[in-house]
Design a protein around this ligand. Structure first.
Ligand code: FAD
Length: 231
């Protein structure tokens, strides 16, 4: 028996989070269940062509009956063109859940480091919402890189979570702008002491591979490094 199901997702909400990131909320059957960090594959139909595309699920599993997505709109991209035109009430065929990029609930490491760029933050949003309230003795660090302050979506939300849960450290960094916070690429803000940490990395290939390679070269055990590549 397959561990995934196929189902229809009906778009119930759509809004722009930045100039090139869309938030899309789909109503889905309650029998669709998943774990934080997993993704769905959507069948995209456009101009007589059909292509599958993968998207991490934004909402935590405890919010059932919905699949929320954050999609970076790439000019001329197949799915990007379809998502841009999608209207409330439109239905997409989805299947899932897929993926093994999961939160290590029972690790002995006292720190979880979530390292991401752009929409690579999506699985971490789900993991943080799902696990942060119930885990008090483990530090969660979210190192989130975008180009400029205007690209920093969920800024207020992560700041509020940080105030509510002192075990969360939110470290946004801008690669193309100086501001009151951190600047530079995410790779430049990794901790100097790499022991006692589980590293989760998500986003474009370059960031995931470079960060992984760096951590391995500094002696971090492979089982303490998890990666999800978007391309
Ligand atoms: C497991 C998994 C989960 C994913 N989750 C998400 C998610 O939550 N949100 C999300 O936005 N994307 C996510 N992606 C990427 C997504 O599946 C598509 O690849 C992406 O939306 C581009 O699709 P497209 O059809 O619009 O572009 P295409 O028509 O496939 O590509 C257009 C061009 O853009 C390039 N390109 C592809 N991705 C990027 C990128 N991120 N930045 C810059 N250039 C790019 C391609 O190399 C190509 O040259 C995920 C991918 C995987 C494998």
């Amino acid at each position: 028996m397959p561990s995934f199901i196929s189902f229809n997702g009906t778009l119930v909400q759509k809004k722009s989070l930045t100039s090139d990131v869309l938030y899309l909320s789909f109503q889905v059957p309650a029998e669709f269940t998943f774990k934080a960090g997993q993704f769905v594959i959507i069948t995209m139909n456009l101009d007589g062509q059909t292509k599958p595309r993968s998207y991490s699920i934004l909402n935590p599993p405890s919010e059932s009956g919905k699949v929320d997505l954050c999609v970076k709109i790439i000019e001329g991209g197949f799915a990007s063109t379809l998502f841009s035109a999608l209207k409330v009430g439109d239905v997409l065929l989805m299947k899932g859940p897929f993926g093994h990029f999961l939160f290590e609930e029972h690790t002995m490491n006292p720190e979880h480091w979530f390292i991401c760029t752009g929409t690579g933050v999506v699985p971490f949003y789900s993991m943080i919402k799902e696990y942060l309230p119930g885990i008090k003795d483990t530090k969660f660090v979210l190192l989130f890189g975008v180009r400029s302050k205007k690209d920093l979506f969920f800024y207020d939300e992560f700041r509020q979570l940080q105030q509510k849960y002192p075990q969360l450290v939110y470290l946004p960094t801008l690669s193309r702008e100086q501001w009151e916070g951190k600047s530079g690429r995410v790779q430049t803000h990794l901790p100097t002491d790499l022991t006692g940490k589980t590293f989760y990395i998500c986003g474009i290939k370059e960031v995931v591979l470079e960060t992984k390679e760096y951590l391995l070269s500094r002696g971090v055990a492979p089982e303490n490094i998890k990666g999800e590549r978007y391309n």
